[in-house]
Design a binder for this molecule. Sequence first.
Ligand code: UPG
Length: 484
Amino acid sequence: MEQVPRPGPKYACYPPHVLIWPLPALGHVNSMLKLAELLSHAGIKITFLNSEHYHERLVRHSSDVFSRYMNLPGFQFKTITDGLPKDHPQTVDNFHELLNSLASVTPPLLKDMLTDAKSPVHCIISDGLMSFAIDVAKQVGIPIIYFRTVSACAFWAYFCIPEIIDAGELPIKGNEDMDRLIKHVPGMEKFLRCRDLPSFCRAEDPMDMNLQLVVSETRSSVRADGLVLNTFEDLEGPVLSQIRAHCPKIYTIGPLNAHLKARIPENTHSSNSLWEVDRSCIAWLDNQPSKSVIFVSFGSVAVMQRDQLIEFWYGLVNSHKRFLWVIRPDLISGKDGENQIPKELDKATKERGYIAGWVPQEEVLGHKAVGGFLTHCGWNSTLESIVARMPMICWPSFADQQINSRFVDEVWKLGLDMKDLCDRKIVEKMVNELLVERRAAFMKSADRMANLAIKSVNEGGSSYCNLDHLINDIRMMSSKSENS
Ligand SMILES: O=c1ccn([C@@H]2O[C@H](COP(=O)(O)OP(=O)(O)O[C@H]3O[C@H](CO)[C@@H](O)[C@H](O)[C@H]3O)[C@@H](O)[C@H]2O)c(=O)[nH]1
């Protein structure tokens, strides 16, 4: 399906044209849409290439997001197949299937799109996990910039995995080995433990398919003409210096949610939620005392066992604090014991809890009644929490979430790392630490980091200037191509 572009503002000559192509996963599509909006605002023509499945979802479940983008001048959606059946489960275990399928079916389609003389593309910004896009870009001679949607610390850990394996630091030798320090991620030698490495490193075999795939994709970033990261210099400066030794052209332009608000203040709907949002929780929050609620959400893909759900539930109830919990319809893996919620949990939830399937997360984090965030530490959630001055309890599940958690707790002092423990007593204790006992200290760090985040996206800040660099570089690519 292709949308005909609507007339945009009157550009002097040809506007630069960028093709943006995310991996079909919510955390990726969501943040690349934000980048698309920022570039569109700067007068750049955008073709946003969505997988057929994600596009259908966007049109059907988020028609407001879809029409908002369709109204941006010079913006169009195009779709491309991911080569998988419609009902193919999208879980972390199927990650390599998705990437392999994309790599086998999309290159000729992309090449056709890029060689269409009617609509020349001057630059591709592709997801930083799709190296086949680099191969196609090089064949047709169009510059390509990578966008990696994870933190710089996660990117750097992925980048160093071959050295970690060569040094014999992987595989991890069972649970008792989890607290061993890793020596071969420069800059993190003092605090990075086996348990904090991206979850793919837990494979028993260092040649594990998912692990090798993510490493080779990360390493391929050096072949791109630039790397965009959704982070900011004051948050991850030391790690960024390490990465710059390998990928010299890095555009740190985050936090993207704050950057959008800074550049386009009239845009009050930046969250780009691709699923239907239940807003009834806002009315519930309106009736709760200030900073009294712990918000619980584990992102769009993480799953948990039913017994883990019950442990969290007891922990929240036993903390005697109010809670708002996002339980997605597909959050619980396996259906054992469905509908058997112990009566005391049910009763306490009616008294001081609220459960929803999908909420306007950024708005919730900014609500005056919310005092803390129990999160899986997906990168978008982590940044949204930082911008909202919200201390965190981190229960990481997979991929980059473990290392993000470690940084939240040990480096940025913005919250507590629960590691992969799941025990009602720990949940209860941490909720009380976050909301009461250590509240003042966490709030001080959260305020400081939020101020730095806001400074970075305001005029003159590092992310603001880096986005201007990116826009100027794209303009140069376009004028070079028009002159050749
Ligand atoms: O009820 C909800 C729950 C979540 N969200 C939004 O959904 C996004 C979730 O993104 P993220 O926190 O990054 O989590 P995942 O969806 O799990 O993201 C995947 O992609 C991220 C970016 O690559 C990685 O950091 C994660 O580990 C990976 O699981 C955020 O923008 C939330 O605001 C809502 O709008 N409403």
